[in-house]
Design a binder for this molecule. Structure first.
Ligand SMILES: NC(=O)c1ccc[n+]([C@@H]2O[C@H](COP(=O)([O-])OP(=O)(O)OC[C@H]3O[C@@H](n4cnc5c(N)ncnc54)[C@H](O)[C@@H]3O)[C@@H](O)[C@H]2O)c1
Length: 319
């Protein structure tokens, strides 16, 4: 099989590339390295079944070239991370909407099946948990940039479903919840790599807000397994699936757990959201996926517990 992974030099994309190479497939990665890192794929660069194209999904002709002869596309390239989105609002809107539209349009010309990476952010600040795929979405003001990300990804979902219904393009939409593991960068606000790095260096662990907000973390290896299972099943097209774990922890407890597991004497500091991000920043208190639909479709559950995930990330940063 020949696969194209946009954003394949990123955290999730590079793990997806590894799995396809291991399965004996040919992998093309298109990435502009805006948040991706050469180190994530350097072990693949000399592989005879691996090809790297450096450039943007906004470059239509380059994207068309990357898709030539492909059997499957994973569209992961996007502006990501709450901090990155707030710092680059215009660029983020353009990449996440126009980039996805270009991917869908070119894939449709060639009728190549596509996986579209969406996010739990699309649920917004709804207080109903767990989040089910058919739930209403509750989003904040357009003056708060963080909601721009949720809206771009929701627009991507609308576009994908429209291509499926009107053009017959086989599309699967996966809403990733917090995904973690080796190679994830803490630069753009991702909490586990930030905590682990700080704990190992003896720096303070900064908790945004009160720390009472809860999240569920899925290991990247499980996330990739879930995406592949959806694609391989052949019956997930034209539909939306949560991709996450249901093991929940508060961010404050997470900070304590990281300290304990690293044996760190770092302090825990609380930073108000306005200082960490932007004036008027709003967060969702709890974020828990309902995984029933996914489990009914492919019958898989996560392999790694939170403790095991943290162990893997700590080991990665120690190395
Ligand atoms: N990691 C998570 O917890 C999570 C949660 C929800 C959704 N997602 C989604 O999963 C996908 C992958 O996220 P990730 O965590 O691996 O982030 P990442 O930043 O590591 O990966 C994104 C990749 O896309 C590349 N990219 C960005 N703009 C591009 C462009 N214009 N053209 C080509 N490449 C471009 C980046 O350089 C990077 O390599 C994204 O679409 C993201 O929205 C991730």
């Amino acid at each position: 099989m020949r696969v194209l992974i946009t954003g394949g030099a990123g955290f999730i994309g590079s793990h997806l590339a590894d799995v396809h190479i291991d399965r004996g497939d040919e992998v093309t990665v298109l990435d502009d390295f805006s948040t991706g890192q050469a180190a994530n794929i350097e072990h693949l660069e000399t592989h005879p079944r691996f090809r790297l194209i450096v450039g943007s999904v906004l470059n239509r002709s380059l994207l068309g070239e990357a898709m030539a002869g492909c059997d499957r596309i994973y569209h992961l390239a996007a502006a990501v991370g709450v901090k990155y989105i707030i710092d680059h609002p215009l660029h983020s809107l353009r990449v996440n909407i126009l980039g996805t539209e270009t991917v869908l349009d070119l894939a449709n010309e060639r009728k190549i099946p596509v996986y579209i990476a969406s996010t739990s952010e699309v649920y917004g600040k709804t207080e109903k948990i767990p989040f089910s795929e058919g739930d209403d979405r509750v989003l904040g003001s357009t003056r708060v940039s963080r909601w721009g990300y949720a809206n771009t990804k929701a627009t991507d979902e609308f576009l994908s479903l429209a291509y499926y219904r009107e053009k017959g393009l086989p599309v699967i939409i996966g809403r990733f919840f917090n995904t973690v593991g080796p190679r994830q960068s803490g630069r753009y606000g991702m909490v586990i790599p930030r905590f682990v790095k700080a704990a190992l260096l003896g720096h303070p662990l900064t908790v945004f807000g009160t720390g009472e907000q809860t999240r569920c973390f899925l290991d990247v290896e499980d996330a990739v397994r879930f995406v592949l299972a959806l694609f391989d099943s052949g019956n997930a097209f034209g539909d939306v699936f949560n991709i996450g774990s249901t093991e929940r922890i508060s961010i404050l407890d997470l900070a304590y757990k990281v300290k304990e597991m690293t044996g760190s004497s770092s302090e825990i500091e609380f930073v108000p959201y306005e200082k960490a991000y932007e004036q008027g920043f709003e967060d969702m208190l709890h974020r828990v996926p309902d995984m029933t639909k996914f489990e009914n479709a492919v019958g898989l559950k996560p392999k790694y517990s939170l403790e095991e995930i943290l162990g893997r990330v700590i080991e990665y940063y120690r190395r």
